[in-house]
Design a protein around this ligand. Sequence first.
Ligand SMILES: [Zn+2]
Length: 105
Amino acid sequence: MAVSFLEDALEISSPWFVKDCRFDKDLGRIDLFLDFHEGAFFECPECGRERKVLDSEMREWRVPGFFQYKTLIHAPLPRVECEVCGIRTVTVPWSGKSDVLERGV
Ligand SMILES: [Zn+2]
């Protein structure tokens, strides 16, 4: 399935990408599965320096939906280890327009 338009719609770019997308019409729900490329670097949210990913944990976010459909993002939330600031959770591009729902599995 072509998912590149979703990357534009979500305003995400490398190292983030849409891995999978599922649409359940009966449930009225769209599930977007995002991931980042292995060996990715992310900005430390404190000092803005690029840091290598330490680890990540699956999370879910509710985002404004497409049409009437409930839309969820599932993605690993990365942490970086910054030698200045310590271990910090990365800010994801869609966090400003979503609510963190719950910890994933
Ligand atoms: Zn830092």
